[in-house]
Write a protein that binds this ligand. Sequence first.
Ligand SMILES: Cc1ncc(COP(=O)(O)O)c(C=O)c1O
Length: 401
Amino acid sequence: MNTTAALIETEYRLGAHNYKPLDVVLSRGEGVYVWDMEGNRYLDCLSAYSAVNQGHCHPKIFQAMMEQAQKLTLTSRAFRNDQLAHFYEEIAALTGSHKVLPMNSGAEAVETAVKAVRKWGYEVKGVAENKAEIIVCSNNFHGRTMGIVGFSTDPDARTGFGPFAPGFKVVPFGDIDAFRAAITENTVAFLVEPIQGEAGVLVPTPGYFPAVRELCTRHGITLILDEIQTGLGRTGKLLAEEHEGIEADVTLIGKALSGGFYPVSAVLSNSEVLGVLKPGQHGSTFGGNPLACAIARAALKALTEEGMIENSARMGDRFQKGLTDIRSNIIKEVRGRGLMLAVELVPEAGGARKYCEALKQLGILAKDTHGDTIRIAPPLVITAEQVDWAVEQFAKVLASA
Ligand SMILES: Cc1ncc(COP(=O)(O)O)c(C=O)c1O
C-alpha cells in the first residue's frame, strides 16, 4: 500500500476529487525543499499557496509547537489561556491594529469580517437591518465557504451551489469609477485583495488603492484588505498595503501566520469594527487556542527576526528579473511583487499545466492557475543561488517550447 502508485490510487478511489494535484507524493520538507517518497528533491515554488513563507518545518516554530503541545493545547474561549494576550500584543505591535480576533482558516476570517462590518454598519453607521451592502471585486478569491462563494465570480466556485446570501455587489478589480458608482448609503464595506492571487497575481495600477482609501473614508465605508495570501512578507513588505501607502480598517491574515504548522487566522481592526461584537455573537472552539497562539507567535518571530521580509523583496526582484530576461515566444507577461510572482503564457502555449509537469521533472513544483498562468511563490528563505537555479529551469522549460 505504501508505493507512490498505490497511494495515488487510494486517494483517487476514496477521496473527493475536488483538487487536481500534480502526481507527486510528498513525504518530507525542509526550508525551500520538499522530497517525494522516492527521495527526489523539489524546490517548492508554491509554499502551500503561500502558507509556508518561513520554509518547511522551520525548527523554531517546531520547537515552540512541541513545547506548547506538552503543556496545554486547547481550553476553548470559555477560559483564558496564558498565550492569547501575548498573541494579541505581538500582532498589534507589528501591525498597529487595535483589536485582534483569532480564527482558524482564512475563509473563517473572511466570514468573520463580513459579520463584523455588517454589525458595525447596523450599530454605528445606522444602516437598517438586512440592508447592508458589501462591495467586492470580480475574480476575487476569499475562500470556499457558502457566504464567500456566493459573491465569487468564478463559475466553478459557484455554479450549482446556490442559493446564496444577498448583500454583495461586484465591481471590476482596479476600476475606481465602478467602485465609486457602486457606493450607496447602505455600503458598509469594500472587501478586496491588495493583489489578486488566485486570479493570477493581478497587481493593481498605481493610484487605485489610495483612491479607494479616500472614497472609503469619505463615505464611511470600512476597507477590508484580505491579506491572507499577500500578507506576512509574501510581497516583500509585512503587509501589501504598505506598497500602496494606505491603511485598511480591517485586515485579514492567515496562511503564513502559522508557518504551515496549523491553521491560524486573524481579523485585525480598529477598535470600532471588532468592538461591536459582544459575548455570544461570534466564536470558534479552536480559535485562539494556546497551541495555535504559540505557533503563530513563533511564526511571526521567525518572519521578522530572520530577515525573511527583506529577503522576499530582494529575491523577488531577482526572480522577477530572471524570468523577465528569459527569451521565449510563449511568455506573455511576468508580473508580481516580492516573491508573489506569475508567468502568464500566450494562449497558443496550450495551457500552463504541462509546463508545471515539465518543471516537476526538473525538480521544481509550481502551480498553474486560470489555464495560462504559472504561479511562483517559494518560501521567503530562498537564496540567490536557488533563485538563479530556478530561473535556469524555467528557461529550459519555457524557452524550449
Ligand atoms: C486571498 C485569500 N483569502 C482567503 C483564502 C482562504 O483561506 P483558507 O484556504 O485558509 O480558507 C485564500 C486561500 O487561498 C486566499 O488566497
